[in-house]
Write a protein that binds this ligand. Structure first.
Ligand code: FES
Length: 68
């Protein structure tokens, strides 16, 4: 059985979003950072996390296919 990698590294300090929540939003179909925020039930505040979220989106082939 393949175990899910858990990470509690905070990606978005303003909204207390950890890496797992962001990754779950991406896997469930988020195609841009605004979509990630929406799927997590939050709004972008300072925007410091946006670049990191976009990098995570770039690393996810499913998100790239949706965005194309
Ligand atoms: S760190 Fe994400 S909006 Fe501020």
């Amino acid at each position: 059985m393949k175990s899910k990698r858990l990470s509690f590294v905070i990606v978005c300090v303003c909204n207390r979003l950890n890496e797992n929540r962001v990754r779950d939003a991406i896997v469930s179909g988020a195609c841009c950072s605004e979509d990630v925020y929406a799927r997590c039930g939050v709004r972008k505040n300072c925007g410091q996390c946006q670049e990191t979220i976009e990098e995570m989106l770039d690393q996810n082939p499913a998100a790239q296919a949706v965005a194309a």
